[in-house]
Write a protein that binds this ligand. Structure first.
Ligand SMILES: NC(=O)c1ccc[n+]([C@@H]2O[C@H](COP(=O)([O-])OP(=O)(O)OC[C@H]3O[C@@H](n4cnc5c(N)ncnc54)[C@H](O)[C@@H]3O)[C@@H](O)[C@H]2O)c1
Length: 364
């Protein structure tokens, strides 16, 4: 059976953590989950109940460039039965909803509406893209104060209607995921940042171009902050199961450290370059969001590098950042401890420190 707090599989005969509530016994993977449950059992029992009956409704808070493009990609995917757009600028959201609805004839059926926070009530997922984006030359961390104030206003309004999962996209995404987790008091598995899913896609695409192999067969992760301190896990890169360092001599192309540095610099600098050229990024992030949302709605148990609260991962705790996790209907089902080499561990810990220093300066 599933731990009602974190959603992990637990065997009744192998755990000592259990609670009797309303004539039923609930089992937990750890004392931490049991403690959460005991603080407000009705929340978790309701969440389990909702989990079974929730329709595939997705609410999007923030109908700007990312929110509206995501709604378009989601509509085309056919994954959601209902999409609601919520924005401080009602007309903007309504305009997008009208435009999207006029295309319904050409895609799988869905209901698409403009809404308010009460529409989060029976949503399986609320995706938060509200807030300021980077201006040319600005880092993601520069946005923190502006977007933190917005989050202080919108997260309580979302939580009041108890949607099952909240996905944070607004930047700095790792810091705001942590802020949303603290403000919402949701269990860890139900607040997720889009994290480095996009950076990992950029990394795999650039490697695939270099190696001349389909990006779906190039396996690689970017972990840590979605931002300047992110870490490429070179030691685990593989092409169709062949480790990168073994693939290179076979392929015969030059793969000096300079080439690797150049590939990663392009990953890290991609958003800056796109923002410089066209003002914002929204296509690839929207497709990354469809992938994340799909793995939750369809209970796929997919492995994706989303941002989640760390609890002892390579000695990192109390900060949200990206590592590979298994995603399903419960949100983050578990984190995967990939084998990193010494320098990668140091860089991941350094990335956590960068984020912790930002969080330290916030009033939460
Ligand atoms: N995590 C990622 O990988 C990633 C990628 C791209 C963009 N982003 C981030 O996503 C965010 C949105 O980017 P964008 O390009 O869509 O910006 P945008 O300016 O086009 O849209 C932001 C929207 O938020 C709305 N908004 C602002 N305050 C609000 C509030 N209090 N309540 C409701 N709505 C509110 C605005 O009206 C606007 O429609 C930015 O923070 C950007 O940095 C993240």
């Amino acid at each position: 059976m599933k731990d009602p707090v974190c959603g992990m599989e637990v065997r009744e005969d192998q755990t000592e953590h259990q609670v009797r509530y309303l004539d039923k016994t609930y089992y937990f993977c750890a004392s931490r989950c049991k403690d959460f449950f005991q603080q407000s059992p009705e929340r978790y029992v309701k969440a389990r109940h909702e989990e079974l009956k929730a329709e595939r409704k997705v609410a999007v808070v923030g109908a700007g460039q990312v929110g509206s493009t995501f709604a378009f990609a989601l509509m085309m995917s056919g994954l959601a039965s209902s999409i609601v757009l919520i924005d401080a600028q009602y007309d903007r959201a309504e305009g997008h909803v009208m435009d999207l609805n006029h295309g319904l004839l050409f895609v799988p059926p869905a209901r698409i509406n403009v809404g308010d926070y009460s529409d989060c009530e029976d949503a399986a997922i609320v995706v938060v893209t509200a807030g300021a984006g980077q201006k040319p030359g600005e880092t993601r961390l520069d946005l923190v104060r502006k977007n933190m104030d917005i989050f202080k206003s919108i997260i309580p309004q979302i939580v009041q209607h108890d949607p099952r999962i909240i996905i944070i996209v607004s930047n700095p995404v790792d810091v705001l995921t942590y802020v949303a987790l603290k403000i919402s008091e949701y269990p860890v598995n139900r607040v997720i940042g889009s994290g480095t899913v996009l950076d990992t896609a950029r990394f795999r695409y650039l490697l695939s171009k270099h190696c001349r192999v389909d990006p779906r067969n190039v396996h690689a992760y970017v972990v840590g902050e979605h931002g300047d301190s992110e870490v490429p896990v070179w030691s685990r890169v593989n092409v169709g199961g062949v480790l990168f360092r073994h693939y290179c001599p076979d392929c015969g192309k030059q793969c000096s450290q300079d080439v690797k540095d150049e590939i990663f610099n392009q990953v890290k600098g991609a958003a800056y370059e796109i923002i410089q050229k066209k003002g914002a990024t929204y296509y690839a992030i929207s497709l990354a969001l469809v992938r994340i949302v799909g793995s939750i709605l369809r209970d796929e148990n997919s492995v994706l590098t989303v941002s989640t609260l760390m609890d002892g991962y390579y000695d990192i705790s109390d900060v949200c950042l990206s590592v590979p996790v298994i995603l399903n209907r419960s949100g983050v089902s578990r984190t995967l401890k990939i084998a990193l080499d010494e320098s990668e561990i140091k860089r991941l810990q350094g990335s956590a420190d960068v984020l912790k220093n930002v969080i330290k300066g916030l009033d939460i």
